[in-house]
Design a protein around this ligand. Sequence first.
Ligand code: SF4
Ligand code: SF4
Length: 88
Amino acid sequence: MTIIKIITIFIFFFIFILKYDRIELPIEGGINMPRFITDACLNCGTCEGECPVSAISEGDGIRVVNPDECIDCGACEAACPVSAIEER
Ligand code: SF4
Ligand code: SF4
């Protein structure tokens, strides 16, 4: 009986890890964001025009990605002329 309890707890713990490992924290600056724009950004706006969900906007001298809007499509990364967009 005890081994069944241990296995049940293990399964619930495994499901918990699978579920909450996917949470993306909306921390400004790039941690756990689907796409992150680095300081190499020239603020040209090309990426903003390519984003299908308008997740990119003008920040403080560079463009920024709103992690709540980004659907992780990669269109901005492909369009950037200086490779300033990275996947996180
Ligand atoms: S396309 Fe690249 S350089 Fe231009 S605004 Fe976007 S991240 Fe910056
Ligand atoms: S990955 Fe796609 S949805 Fe996310 S910011 Fe870039 S273009 Fe927009």
